[in-house]
Design a protein around this ligand. Sequence first.
Ligand code: FAD
Ligand code: EPU
Length: 336
Amino acid sequence: MQLKQNFSLQPYHTFRTAVFAKEFATFSSLEQLAELLDYAKQQPTLILGGGSNILFTKNFDGLVLKNELKGITLIKEDADYYYVKAAAGEVWHQFVLYCIEKQYNGIENLSLIPGLVGACPMQNIGAYGVEIKDIFYALSAYHIKEKKMVNFTLQDCAFGYRESVFKGKYKNQFVITDVTFRLSKQPTFNISYGAIEQALQSMQITTLSAKAISDAVIHIRSSKLPNPHELPNAGSFFKNPVISITQFEEIKKEHTSLTGYQENNELIKISAAWLIEKCGWKGCRKNDVGCHTKQALVLVNYGNATGTEIVDFSEGIINDVKNKFNITLQREVNII
Ligand code: FAD
Ligand code: EPU
């Protein structure tokens, strides 16, 4: 057990704010994880993956445990599917590329999402028409208080839009140690998200394949999302709000460009980026915090922003969207 004291977390999270952990350690086996959690006892503990969905507003007064569990195994197959288990410390995008190479289909739309496998069920990551719930089979997690492994099925996880039991009722109770995906033997090309088709056309790709879709997704993402290594950020800072169709129609009377994705007979999901842009925030900057110039949903750190400054900036956006549209934006990023 190698513990480091007063340890800088700045290189370990993509917003790159300057914060320290009272103690820090890595774990690459379940035994090490159990030993470290025993050591931590009552002090606060934070499991860290790639740090791409976290905003630290202060130093962490406890033990940060960086996940380095590795390994990918094909555990079984049937007529239609491969069941592939990945340890929680595998890098998500590397895992996606590995699956594409092996012709394990259905994961390709989730290319280039930063972070590690272990965090993907936390908020049921999603992009370009696919969410984890669509390819999820099971996961294993360590119950911190009861000191035992627990298996979760798809139903157990209660996945929703950027939600799961691990972000909700079991928050901070489990460490996810591996995730098993059910990936199709036959290609399942999902190009329902308009931007994919446009990208395939502009890249002059005429033969569909999982690799082609992955390339198109990488192309779209690279063209509008800031690379955290160049401009620190945590992806979408807010969730897209789900509003009533009545409210949608009301807003649309004045703003004809508003579009939405109908969830059911009563509710419709609309673009938070559009709302933020309409409130005049896109491209705005205050000191070192900014609203990205190409994607209004992403807040960026131009250098020395603090977590508190980023939260204050986001508060300004929330207030303006509330005043103009009577919609309360929810933050997607985990604020610590
Ligand atoms: P971290 O940020 O390290 O952790 C996130 C939360 O999960 C924390 O609360 C942490 O304590 C907890 N946690 C992490 N690992 C475990 C574990 N093993 N067990 C228990 N708890 C754990 N998200 C999307 O859904 N779709 C996107 O398209 C998308 N695009 C992004 C683009 C950019 C440029 C960036 C920076 C982020 C984007 N994200 C997106 C958000 C982020 O990449 C995902 O949420 C990702 O899954 C976070 O993984 P991570 O390993 O970095 O998690
Ligand atoms: N739009 C604007 N202004 C902008 C950006 C977008 O008006 O500055 C409008 C446009 O009409 C555009 C629409 O919003 O057509 C949708 O934009 P985009 O395709 O970029 O998707 P998004 O709704 O802004 C969501 C996810 C992303 C995910 C993409 C692709 C959330 C909170 N965000 O963004 O996830 O990659 O769809 O599926 O659901 C993340 O969670 O961190 C993340 C990046």
